[in-house]
Write a protein that binds this ligand. Structure first.
Ligand code: THG
Length: 265
């Protein structure tokens, strides 16, 4: 499981405040803690104010890179912000994201190609997020034909079938899981990722829903996720599920994690 740390996100109130006040210490602590907890990537979202976003993203990147060398996942739909961000990164970043929206494909795919970035591809287009798994596959097929057409190998694409909250549609998790199974069959070399915490928006005890959904999603093929790396129980779920799915010979990783104290509450 490649963990993409979700915490540096300008749509979170406390992070928006830190960005506005140029509170480097707060951001740097989030970067260090997520890195120590094993995040392979750090998602960086500067918020959605179009005038501010490019310079805020650049400030976030430089602030983070002053304390960690974890590669970044630039979370923006704004090509200008992505270009400015890519100009200051130390390591090739993941681009979060392209989608089937024509403008986004047209403006962001060339950036991905020019810089050789791994890229997240969202199962949505200008008509929104399809309600049925088969219709999300239609969008995903179009995206894969575009990335392939640009010479991007499938293993550099992280398909995001989209996790929407179950609080407004009780079938939401099922649709996402079904889409993932279809993706796994049709695009076995591509990665699957999710903004997994979206699944629990609007409900109490969100972490419990997120952790249980992780186990289900891993069985459906999830191999990467934008999550809170500081959730120790989530980490235990990931380790245990990996073992249960037969990807841990002799349960070696599980017993090692136990001895390291990762499986204690
Ligand atoms: N797909 C892709 N990128 C994404 C999303 C996606 N980026 C943004 C989002 N969705 C994933 N990131 C988050 C970040 C935070 C939360 C949910 C998704 C969140 N945070 C809570 C809060 O801020 O109150 C609680 C967590 C906390 O406090 O640490 O819910 O779907 N490609």
């Amino acid at each position: 499981m490649q963990v993409i740390g979700e915490k540096i996100n300008g749509t979170r109130k406390r992070v928006a405040q830190a960005i506005a006040e140029r509170d480097a210490e707060f951001i740097q602590e989030l970067a260090q803690k997520q890195t120590q907890a094993g995040a392979a990537w750090l998602d960086v979202n500067a918020g959605t104010m179009p005038r501010q976003e490019p310079e805020d993203l650049v400030w976030l990147i430089e602030t983070i890179q002053a304390v960690v060398d974890t590669p970044l996942c630039l979370d923006s739909a704004n090509p200008r912000a992505l270009e400015k961000g890519i100009a200051v990164v130390n390591k090739t970043p993941m681009i979060n994201s392209i989608s089937g929206e024509p403008a986004r494909l047209q403006n962001i795919l060339p950036i991905v190609v020019a810089h050789g970035c791994p890229v997240i591809a969202l199962a949505l287009d200008d008509k929104g997020i399809p309600q049925q798994a088969e219709d999300r596959m239609v969008v995903i097929r179009e995206l894969m034909s575009r990335t392939r057409g640009q010479g991007i190998e499938d293993h550099r694409v992280y398909i995001d079938p989209l996790a929407m909250t179950i609080s407004t549609n009780i079938h939401s998790a099922n649709i996402t899981l079904e889409t993932m199974r279809l993706v796994r069959r049709e695009f076995p070399q591509a990665h699957l990722t999710l903004g997994l915490s979206n699944i629990s928006f609007g409900l109490p005890a969100r972490a419990r829903i997120n952790r249980t959904f992780m186990a289900l999603a891993m069985q459906a093929g999830l191999d990467s996720a934008i999550i809170d790396p500081l959730d120790r129980e989530m980490r235990a779920v990931i380790i245990t599920t990996t073992t249960l799915l037969g990807r841990d010979r002799h349960c070696l990783n599980y017993t090692r994690a136990y001895r390291a104290g990762h499986l204690e509450s």
